[in-house]
Design a protein around this ligand. Sequence first.
Ligand SMILES: [Zn+2]
Length: 122
Amino acid sequence: MNSIAISFLKSKKADYYVENHSAVIFCCFKCSNQIKMTFDGNWECETCSESGNVIALNEMFEDQSTIRSKELFNPRKERKLIRDAFDKLIAKYPDDRQLKNLKARTNHLVQFLVNEEQERGT
Ligand SMILES: [Zn+2]
């Protein structure tokens, strides 16, 4: 079901990402709040109370004359950006041990949060 949703979001050039191999995260076409579509293809926007399946998603898309575009917060992309930023800074200041320490601590924290999230099964 979500492969249809992914095809739809791709065709509309909407930003999205897949969470835990099943849920699809994307921005609401109406209010740009982040929406999680569950494995069964159902979704609900907590901000504007729109909900439904892929067909309802298409209807909501058609209703919007101007799609509000807000960049989707993709945690994996964000993690990579942070890692790359640390690597650039470390390359620039190779003798800064505090910086290396901060990178290691940040990685450790992120990994901890990821594990915690997976244990909760979300
Ligand atoms: Zn909404």
